[in-house]
Ligand binder design. Structure first.
Ligand code: NAP
Length: 245
């Protein structure tokens, strides 16, 4: 489904990003996995993908919030793989707090990683997409960006920003055959939601009565990167068990 395609996945070392890396590789894509940590987990993800599916898979250490670092990482990926066809902006963090006491640095950190990080990646990948007259950009937002969430003003603002970014890029690059869509997950079981107790009021608010798995989000990412989605752009699709409908 994706053979011959080269995909860059930010935050691909764990959680949703690791599931996207696995499903993309299973679909035949070569993958570049970006994370900002030690790189050990990203190396592990790449090792598993190349061993299981026979694709090329390489890890890159890069803080997506750092414009210059993203520029040199994208240049290195181009050098290693030849080009880039698909970009999944998935790297994200939370630094929750009530608005009346939220620290300025926590607001800035979340906007820098979640929103500016996506801008940095799109900014450096889009010249390649424009030159190729082909590109698929998939941004991972959140239902928090649609509904807001008490205690997550920084996070919800970053994810609402992802929606505006997605629609603007979709409009701007459509004539170059570059699509840009967003996925808005609800509660997905990863490190980010490890503290959430999947019972009581939370469960009652989800019509499907369960948290999602990383693979639930990754399956949609594969579809949005595939030929089946060639006529879809500027769309925001929820993967939330009905939570935000
Ligand atoms: P996660 O398990 O905490 O993984 C986050 C990933 O992002 C890791 O690979 C992490 O790697 C990477 N990352 C964090 N900061 C980075 C930076 N500055 N530069 C590069 N990579 C960075 O999170 P997740 O739950 O899979 O979430 C993935 C995306 O889905 C996020 O955008 C999140 O907001 C969104 N989302 C998640 C849920 C949910 O319920 N889990 C719901 C809605 C939306 P390192 O730590 O090594 O950098």
């Amino acid at each position: 489904m994706l053979s011959g395609k080269i995909a860059v996945i930010t935050g691909g070392s764990r959680g949703i990003g690791a599931a996207v890396a696995d499903k993309f590789a299973q679909a035949g894509a070569d993958i570049a996995v970006i994370s900002s940590g030690s790189g050990e987990l990203a190396r592990e993800v790449c090792g598993i993908c190349s061993e299981r599916y026979g694709v090329k898979a390489l890890p890159y250490r890069c803080d997506v919030a750092d414009f210059e670092a993203v520029g040199s990482t994208v240049a290195k990926i181009k050098e290693d793989f030849g080009t880039i066809h698909i970009l999944v902006n998935n790297a994200g963090i939370t630094k929750d707090g009530l608005i009346a006491t939220m620290k300025e640095r926590d607001f800035d950190a979340v906007i820098s990683t979640n929103l500016k990080g996506a801008f940095n990646m799109i900014r450096h990948c889009s010249p390649v997409f424009i030159r190729n007259k082909y590109g698929r950009i998939i941004n991972v937002g959140s239902v928090a960006g649609l509904m807001g969430n008490a205690g997550q003003a920084n996070y919800a603002a970053s994810k609402a920003g992802i929606i505006g970014l997605t629609k603007s890029v979709a409009r701007e690059l459509a004539s170059k055959n570059v699509t840009c869509n967003a996925i808005a997950p609800g509660f997905i079981r990863t490190d980010m939601t490890a503290d959430i107790d999947e019972s009581g009021p939370l469960l009652a608010s989800i019509p499907l009565r369960r948290m999602g798995a990383p693979g639930d989000v990754a399956s949609l990412a594969v579809f949005l990167a595939s030929g089946g989605a060639d006529y879809i752009t500027g769309e925001v699709i929820r993967v939330d068990g009905g939570l935000a409908m």
